[in-house]
Design a protein around this ligand. Structure first.
Ligand SMILES: [Zn+2]
Length: 426
């Protein structure tokens, strides 16, 4: 979300939302580790062994996690449970291979689209932009939901271990070394996401189906549709546990049954509102742009500290829902067979008085801090003439200006990464 103080808000959030902290959730039994990697980890001390939930993002960070565990127990990690398959939760697993743990994960509830590998290059490029891999620490600020990944800072590498036990069931009940565990499929942010419930201790580990800011209902790096209706159903499941402790995969743990219920209910209701309103507006025949303008998060949720748009944004979520339900066509027949983009750009430029006139308007827009307007004008020139250096330079300036206003770390990274790419080519 663009705001005049977007950069400052992201700095403040990043400085306070995930301090380096080990929280003793249940004395001598359950611990939550935050701020040592982009993601969190939790560990549970059983009779003779340790159960580890997620492993941080790389071996360097996992070594710190291993040292933290060793401060609390000499017992070996004999079980690892993955909350889902994203690399920032799996990348430290190799550090624990010396104790030969069972590694538990769930299979995705839906298959991945066939031939997705054919998109590897563009998805990699978009991922590098979204996560700010080519940016300095100062440029990037944070990853929004956590500190920057170790591999970006030159600290460590991914050390993946594949799961040894993969469940396809809806629910698995296990007793592992004296600890009762319920593992439940919980599709939402990903199709392989699970909930880990400790019924005796009333502790719920929710992976990335809840973390303390507006979630990535749609990631701008590009992904298959994230089923938000299923995500809301999963949040209903989380609320129904009436947990005393909620341990998320990013940001702070929530302690106390009332706080857990209040937070999860607001989080669930805000997402449900955006989904419901988007579908209602779509059903009135509105286009994607119109719906994205119309659906705003009511203040009662937008002002909550755990619903700030520091990672996903409401507008990109709305567009994601639109595309997920009806695809690319927005219903306006003008869009069925648009002019070739270069023809349209050339005709538009001619109507606007030519390239020099538009360049002057871009310069003025930048001076007036109308960066988005400057970008839209620059794109017309660049579409007609991709070698126009001044238009490319103005575009980079506009992107840098928007990055300063963008409070979503993902959006900020994307703007800055593309600006750097443009400037490097000039
Ligand atoms: Zn995550």
């Amino acid at each position: 979300m663009l705001r005049p103080d977007g950069e400052q808000l992201l700095k403040e959030f990043s400085a306070t939302a995930y301090p380096c902290q080990v929280t003793e959730i249940i004395p001598g039994v359950v611990y939550h580790v935050m701020g040592y990697g982009i993601s969190n980890a939790s560990f549970i001390i059983g009779k003779n062994t340790v159960i580890l939930i997620d492993t941080l993002d790389c071996d360097y960070r996992a070594e710190a996690l291993k040292a933290i565990i060793a401060e609390h127990t000499e017992k070996p990690v004999k079980t690892i449970i993955y909350t889902h398959g994203h690399p920032d939760h799996l990348g430290g697993a190799g550090v624990f291979s010396d104790s030969n743990p069972e590694i538990i994960a769930f299979a995705p509830s839906k298959p991945v689209l066939g031939r997705i590998d054919a998109l590897q290059d563009v998805l990699n490029q978009r991922g590098i932009r979204q996560f700010g891999y080519e940016l300095s620490d100062e440029e990037a600020i944070s990853e929004g939901i956590g500190v920057r990944e170790g591999i970006v800072q030159g600290k460590g590498r991914r050390a993946f271990l594949p799961p040894t036990t993969v469940y396809s069931e809806e629910k698995i009940i296990r007793d592992i070394d004296g600890i009762a565990l319920e593992l439940t499929a919980a599709p939402g942010e990903t199709d392989d996401q699970i909930l880990i419930w400790l019924p005796v201790q009333k502790v719920l580990c929710c992976g990335d189906n809840y973390y303390g800011c507006w979630p990535n209902l749609y990631p701008i790096r590009g992904s298959q549709y994230r089923d938000i209706s299923a995500w809301v159903d999963t949040l209903d499941k989380l609320i129904a546990y009436q947990a005393n402790y909620l341990l998320p995969g990013h940001t702070r743990p929530i302690i106390g049954a009332n706080d857990v219920t209040d937070t999860l209910t607001n989080f669930r209701d805000a997402i449900d509102y955006v989904l419901t309103e988007t579908l209602r507006c779509m059903n009135q025949g509105m286009t994607m742009d119109e719906v994205a303008e119309a659906v705003k998060l009511p203040e009662k949720w937008a002002n909550l500290p755990y619903l700030g748009e520091f990672y996903g944004t409401v507008a990109w979520s709305v567009r994601g829902i639109y595309a997920g339900y009806v695809g690319w066509f927005d219903g306006n027949p003008t869009r069925l067979n648009p002019l070739p983009i270069r023809t349209r750009a050339e005709k538009t430029l001619a109507l606007m008085g030519g390239i020099e006139s538009v360049l002057s308007a871009i310069s003025q827009a930048l001076d007036n801090e109308e960066a988005q307007w400057a970008l839209e004008l620059a794109d017309i020139i660049i579409t007609a003439d991709s070698t126009n250096k001044l238009a490319l330079k103005f575009k980079a300036q506009g992107l840098i200006s928007l990055a300063r206003q963008e409070q979503s770390a993902n959006g900020r990274h994307y703007y800055l990464a593309c600006a750097k790419e443009l400037l490097a080519d000039l």
